[in-house]
Design a protein around this ligand. Structure first.
Ligand code: CMP
Length: 141
């Protein structure tokens, strides 16, 4: 969607201070995302929305095309590749960033080990946020 100035806008989802802080800290803790600038991180925080998963449900399936970036909020997750467990994801971590950043297929599966809650962002929205900041920077030159 774009406004009368041709500027693309993305939908914001209300959340409390604690949720915003958790998402921001998760992004700053992620080696691939922490170098985004403050404006981009704030936009990501504002645009994420909540999703719930039940115990045993897959959040991400290895080999699929990635459509979402996630931040774990509640519960525990397991990372699996080729049937092997690579590790666990506790609350407060960003995951699913590789397929979104590098346009590759999902490098591993992520399964909810408990009933769980995550913050989600659509790939398209992530790309709009990246592009918007690039255009703003160009305007400043
Ligand atoms: P992506 O490849 O998009 O989807 C699977 C996600 O699992 C991946 O992004 C990372 O966020 C995460 N992941 C991949 N490998 C590991 C690992 N060895 N340990 C923890 N998390 C991983």
């Amino acid at each position: 969607s774009s406004n009368s100035h041709g500027v693309v806008e993305v939908k914001h989802h209300d959340k409390d201070f604690r949720a915003k802080q958790l998402i921001k800290d998760a992004i700053l803790d992620n080696g691939f995302l922490k170098n985004l600038d403050a404006v981009q991180i704030r936009e990501i925080v504002d645009c994420m929305y909540e999703m719930k998963f039940v115990k045993g449900q897959y959040v991400i399936k290895e080999g699929e095309i990635g459509q979402h970036l996630f931040v774990s909020a509640e519960g525990e997750f397991e990372v699996e590749k080729d049937g092997n467990v690579l590790g666990n994801i506790p609350p407060g971590r960003a995951f699913g960033e590789l397929a979104i950043l590098y346009n590759c297929t999902r490098t591993a599966s992520v399964k909810a080990l408990t009933n769980a809650r995550v913050w989600v962002m659509d790939r398209r929205v992530f790309q709009i946020i990246m592009m918007k900041t690039g255009l703003q920077r160009r305007d400043e030159i």
